[in-house]
Write a protein that binds this ligand. Sequence first.
Ligand code: MG
Ligand code: NI
Length: 473
Amino acid sequence: MGRKVAIEPVTRIEGHARVTIHINDDGKVEESYLHVDQFRGFEKFSEGRMYFEMPVITPRICGICPVSHHLASVKATDRVAGVTPPRPADLLRRLLHKGQMVQSHSMHFFHLASPDLLLGFDADPAIRNVAGLIEVDPGLALKAVKLRKYGQEIIRRLSGRRIHMHWAVPGGVATPLSEEDRDWMLSQADEMIGYIQDGIQIAKSWLEANQEIVNKFANFPSNYMGMVQDDGALELYEGKLRIIDKNGKFINEFENTQYLDYIAEHVEDWSYLKFPYYKPMGWPNGVYRVAPLGRLNVASHISTPLANEEFKKFKALAEGPVEPSLYYHYARLIEDLYCMERIVELCEDEDILSDDIIDTNVQITGEGVGCIEAPRGTLWHHYWTDENGQITKVNLIVATGNNNWAMNHSVNLVAREFVDGNNLTEGMLNRVEAAIRCYDPCLSCSTHALGQMPLIIDIVNSEGELLQEFRRD
Ligand code: MG
Ligand code: NI
């Protein structure tokens, strides 16, 4: 008679999930699943709204990454309305996006990921968190707070709010950037770049010192997908999507608006979250990984100097793609550095203070796709409207969904490697969580539900009997 270990929900990730680990009579892990309880009401709920309401409504999908939805949404509405934002508006939206990336990536590494690295997977969970970090390295914890605050300040100074913004509008943005706010952003930049570089050193030295664990920990081949500029450089806001195979061989590059020709979604009855895959290769051969590791694996270089220096070191780690999931943390910080450098470039652009920020020449086209690289991966908003711009249909593919297969596979590999059903420890279960945490999933988004939910870990036998329950709030 086998047993089932359920971890629900997972801690130090955003949102709600349940992990079930099936254990056989010998205490060996047979199979593991990450379940996400998706609430798919949002797409339906939007029908009947006017297209221009969508950038205001959709940030409410998620309290964690409202900016990503705001921007993907507004790009979709540009196309619905047949308008093209003037260059200054495009720059300002990119600046907002980079602010969001810096706050999200920095918070993830310093607050959510680094406790495992700096305190250890087996550390007492009571101290394996930010409070524990403050104990061992108060300076580092302070840097984390400052980085997050800086990103949030960019968002607030541009949009007037940290969440539920009403700033990017079809055809542009509602308000320009003031000289004072631009100067403030620039004045902090060197300090923030230094903090991220400190984070990179921490991540790199941990990965180097723990190669044995890293190579056993959710290390597997896959395809990869991410946005690139025309010359193959890393891109996060607008560009083609490039997909490569497990050997690093180029498979395709396609317009992000044409995603329906290339991306399909597989359904499993044990999870409400769908499994996107690259359609021409079919399921399951077409599964891929997105977000920092995916994006750096597909990119040929980075357009900013400091991040590109680090990118070269990242590329030198492997002949083909970098595969161990723990390298997501390093890749995430390289992107963080890139975003800081881009913030400086954008602030120094001669058009950034311009008040030519909107195209109001609306000609309803009836359809629009908006795609961006959110912190957690490729995000699509797709709207169809009637001739008046009233929404008739919505399709969203959320960033975290793109890594659904990869997170499941990672959970499975880590559970098999580290979990012993006869001698279960909290540290083993934490490793399973850490596998998911590499991907920084936003389960608020995936579930299209509001806010965050509480945390439980269950151990259940094959007959569904609860053997043990771990509850963490
Ligand atoms: Mg959908
Ligand atoms: Ni989210």
